[in-house]
Design a protein around this ligand. Structure first.
Ligand code: NAD
Length: 496
């Protein structure tokens, strides 16, 4: 056993947690909660305590059909509203979330096991997303009319796409819903959203609280399994665009189902972000950066700083600093004041992460710190650093989506770039260097939708977020999201 493997973690547990305010039971269709066509339900579990919080309907294709009919019925009148009208609704939604901030934070933590600080950040970012989209919707315009053919004047219109199907993941339930709802509505579309079956509660709570502010049918929420509800949304001929945030496998299935009706697809999929640390980098800053960006939300983050590539000449020093940082992480239940990371989202995911750690051991890699489940109630795993990772080892390319960071070394800048790009994913990466030439050239050579220099996982609502390659296509946040959720029409007037 290495010295660091002796570091063991315990779960800091809050003495008591506030009882979450649960949403009504049912599917949210045409502005109210209605019964599902099925009596089957799914348990929603608090992963930090393993207690069942509540049940939600295990929805059906018929539920989706009813919700799409509501969204289709509402689409013409919503599309006819002015940007100012839509902006007013988005600002109202932001105010409602802000006014009920504690309700959302408590519910999100109970549903996901995430620390209070992460839930607070999620809710603040959701509010900001609605406020940004409210402004962006009003500033969204096209080129002025002009002549491009003799005696003809061309006008470009940006129109809503129509009905948008949205499928969200479990890692940031309300925030990922906000990233879609705000620009989708801002651009004049109506929507049907399917939250993750594991974390539907804050999305349903949002529906409950905004029901009187959004015209009936503009926002519809259907809970249920991906292969049933998500699949029906993807194939439904009444849905004009389907947007999913999730794993690569689910994205592929959505795109395949969408192909039958040739609908547009917006994919925000997985990631395996490389963190390239050059020999001239501020190593302490890089180690602290990996602590916060690799372990934020327990590493259940598509842009997590989970794959370090460090120059061989500074690898020993950097690894020592990193192991020290990670050994200091506090694991805790949401209410524990000092909790930095919480539990895994579910028993199944906890087992997946433990199986990945078992593979790491079988591959003969070194676990420098952590590497185990933490005993007791809840699905907690120790913050883990894996070292001595050779090029091409499975851990360099498989998304673990847990509190696990691996460290590889490289010799030259060319090798660093080539190895960083050696992944099916292309969501995010970071470069750590004090050399200004490197800071300009290396990001341009990296195949990732976001590249940070001397930073990682800092998100700005005004800037686009989205991937290349296996991480999908489509952009969230920024005015690019409004662009993605609209269509371009050219009208040409004959003046002759
Ligand atoms: P997941 O793919 O298991 O589920 C995502 C959603 O897709 C869920 O609502 C699920 O029910 C639905 N789904 C599953 N199968 C489906 C099918 N056949 N048809 C339609 N819908 C289906 O992902 P997850 O485990 O909830 O979330 C983790 C994944 O999401 C990770 O891979 C992570 O990297 C990715 N993610 C990406 C981003 C991003 O911005 N790119 C953000 C957050 C999470």
């Amino acid at each position: 056993m290495t010295t660091a493997e002796k570091t063991s973690f315990t779960v800091h547990r809050a003495q008591s947690a506030p009882a979450p305010s649960l949403p009504p039971f049912g599917q949210f269709i045409r502005g109210k909660f209605v019964p599902s066509t099925s009596s089957e339900t799914a348990d929603v579990v608090n992963p930090a305590t393993e207690e069942v919080l509540t049940q939600v309907p295990a929805g059906t294709a018929e539920d989706v059909d009813a919700a799409v009919a509501a969204a289709v019925a509402a689409k013409a009148s919503w599309a006819a509203t002015t940007p100012r009208d839509r902006s007013a609704v988005l600002l109202k939604i932001a105010d409602i979330i802000e006014k009920n901030r504690e309700t959302f934070e408590t519910l999100e933590s109970a549903d996901t096991g995430k620390p209070a600080a992460v839930a607070e950040d999620d809710i603040s970012s959701a509010i900001d997303t609605f406020r940004f989209s409210a402004g962006a919707a009003r500033a969204f315009s096209t080129l002025g009319a002009d002549d491009y053919a003799e005696n003809h004047t061309s006008v470009i219109h940006r129109e809503p796409v129509g009905v948008v199907g949205v499928i969200t993941p479990w890692n940031y339930p309300l925030l990922m819903a906000a990233w879609k709802i705000a620009p989708v509505l801002g651009a004049g579309n109506t929507l049907v959203l399917k939250p993750s079956e594991q974390t539907p509660l804050t999305t349903l709570k949002l529906a409950e609280l905004i029901a009187d502010e959004v015209p009936a049918g503009v926002v519809n929420i259907v809970t249920g399994p991906g292969r049933v509800v998500g699949n029906r949304l993807s194939e439904h001929p009444g849905v004009d665009l389907v947007a999913i945030t999730g794993s690569v496998g689910s994205g592929q299935k959505v795109a395949a189902s969408a192909a039958a009706s040739v609908k547009r697809v917006h994919l925000e999929l997985g990631g395996k972000a490389p963190v390239v640390v050059f020999d001239d980098a501020d190593l302490e800053a890089a180690a602290k950066g990996v602590r916060s960006a690799g372990f934020w939300n327990g590493g259940q983050e598509c842009g997590a700083a989970c794959r370090v590539l460090v120059h061989e000449s500074v690898a020993e020093k950097f690894t020592e600093l990193l192991v020290r940082e990670i050994s200091e992480i506090t694991v805790g239940t949401p209410g524990a004041d000092d909790a930095e990371i919480g539990s895994m989202i579910s028993k199944a995911h906890y087992e997946r992460v433990l199986a990945a750690l078992e593979d790491v051991r079988k591959d003969g890699l070194t676990i420098a710190v952590g590497g185990n489940a933490i005993e007791g109630q809840g699905y907690f795993i120790e913050p883990t650093v894996v070292t001595n990772v050779p090029a091409g080892a499975p851990i360099t390319s498989n998304e673990i989506f847990g509190p696990v960071v691996s460290v590889e070394t490289f010799s030259t800048d060319e090798e660093a770039v080539a190895r960083a790009n050696e992944t099916i994913y292309g969501l995010a990466a970071s470069v750590w260097t004090k050399d200004s030439a490197r800071s300009l050239t290396v990001p341009r050579k990296l195949d990732f939708g976001t590249v940070w220099v001397n930073s990682h996982l800092v998100i700005a609502t005004e800037m686009p977020w989205g991937g290349f390659k296996g991480s999908g296509y489509g952009r969230d946040l920024s005015s690019y999201a409004l662009d993605d959720f609209s269509r371009t029409k050219h009208v040409m007037y004959n003046r002759g």
